[in-house]
Design a protein around this ligand. Structure first.
Ligand SMILES: [Zn+2]
Length: 406
């Protein structure tokens, strides 16, 4: 069986997703320059990794995959429903650091989540109104509708994914190198999450950023060299989900909304992410007061219906918000539910207006089609998998002919 499977495809594919590797940090650098001559910037989607990576993996916009920002309004199915039993407790106690940790752990235990799960600074009394979109590990089959891992599974391809669920970035390279050496798989998907955390803190320090990029350059070159020596031709793809925008300033949006005399959760609920605030209105008074206030601010804007549609966020049930207020590139909501003080770099601004938002796509194999969006990157991967399937079935046909003639 091993002989059959290892002799089928002629080429091995290594797909490396580096979180937050922005085109603005790469365009003048020699990062993997001669190794990956086909290189381009890629427009990301509006949102965070929780929305962008599902587009890379499925090719579907958020409204079709159901994956966008982590929290969406769904009181009936909320994994935090149990909190209602303790909601008589004062807010100050509910939001005590130790209680918050307990809330996270109990919810995790009750629901057996396998995906990315944090409650950040969302007030505990609001959690029972929300569900989270990443309940499963999206780097595995069944984790996401239309995922390329489902396609790999169906095609019975030999593949492996590596992510922070099991390893650090360095360990991912080590593990992949050892699997390549043993020629275990045909499709390798490496998700490297640590560059994002680094850039959130250090994106303003050009020297440090380039040093970090050189580190990945070295690791990828080593992996490629070793893979080529043992596996023959390698198709190598390096790409990202979004960039990182240096922070210009913060804006206290809550201080604008608080004096309007409205109450959460009776009049409205707001989720304050770091670059956008999402509002659900429960009466007209709340809707008109909040939208009136937001319309007068110049730190950002309320997305129009057309923009919501363009960004693939036109969910029929407004689960991600009746209205979304998006901050101008570089300006963070401070404080937000993501923290009192925002990081030095952030992503999740308007992908059409923010030059730092663009992702990257680099490869050593001339792409069959132009690559401009995350959906295009997905199409390249899906095509590669289809090629693997075609190659494998070709080899099977050949084997069966031999079997017949013998
Ligand atoms: Zn990030």
């Amino acid at each position: 069986m091993n002989q059959e499977t290892s002799s089928a495809p002629a080429t091995t594919g290594i797909f490396i997703l580096i979180d937050a590797l922005g085109w603005s940090y790469l365009k003048d650098s020699s990062f993997l320059a001669e190794l990956l001559p086909y290189r381009t910037s890629v427009q990301t989607i509006l949102g965070f990794s929780s929305g962008a990576i599902p587009v890379l993996l499925s090719g579907r916009p958020p409204k079709d995959s159901g994956h966008w920002n982590l929290f969406y309004y769904d009181p009936k199915n909320s994994p935090f429903r149990w909190i209602r039993w303790v909601s008589f407790l004062p807010k100050s106690l509910l939001n005590h650091r130790i209680v918050r940790r307990g809330v996270r752990e109990v919810t995790h235990l009750l629901n057996k989540f396998g995906g990315y799960f944090q409650i950040y600074g969302v007030p505990v009394e609001l959690l029972p109104y929300f569900d989270i979109c990443e309940k499963k590990d999206i780097y595995r089959p069944g984790g996401l509708p239309g995922s390329l891992f489902d396609r790999l599974e169906q095609s019975k391809a030999r593949y492996r994914t590596y992510s922070y669920h099991e390893f650090s970035d360095r360990q991912i390279f080590d593990q992949a190198a050892s699997d390549l050496k043993a020629r275990k798989f045909d499709f390798y998907f490496l998700y490297l999450a640590e560059f994002d955390a680094f850039l959130h803190d250090r994106c303003k320090f050009e020297g440090e950023v380039q040093e970090k990029i050189r580190q990945y350059d070295k690791w990828i070159r080593e992996l490629y060299a070793q893979a080529s020596a043992t596996n023959g031709p390698i198709d190598l793809f390096v790409f990202s989900d979004h960039g990182m925008t240096p922070k210009r300033g913060g804006y206290d949006l809550l201080a604008e909304i608080r004096p309007l005399g409205l109450k959460m959760p009776t009049d409205y609920i707001a989720i304050y992410d770091s670059t956008m605030a999402r509002f659900w209105f429960f009466n007209e008074r709340a809707r008109s007061r909040i939208l009136g206030k937001l319309g007068a601010l110049d730190c950002g804007r309320v997305l129009t219906v057309d923009e919501i549609k363009k960004f693939g966020l036109d969910f029929s049930d407004n689960r991600f918000g009746d209205s979304i207020f998006l901050m101008n590139p570089g300006t963070l909501i401070e404080p937000s539910f993501m923290g009192t003080l925002g990081p030095e770099g952030m992503h999740g601004f308007d992908p059409e207006r923010d030059p730092h938002s663009s992702a990257v796509f680099l490869t050593n194999r001339a792409p069959e089609r132009p690559v401009r969006t995350l959906t295009d990157v997905n199409a390249i991967m899906q095509r590669w998998i289809d090629g693997l399937r075609a190659g494998a079935s070709g080899a099977e046909r050949q084997n069966s002919r031999i079997a017949v003639s013998q």
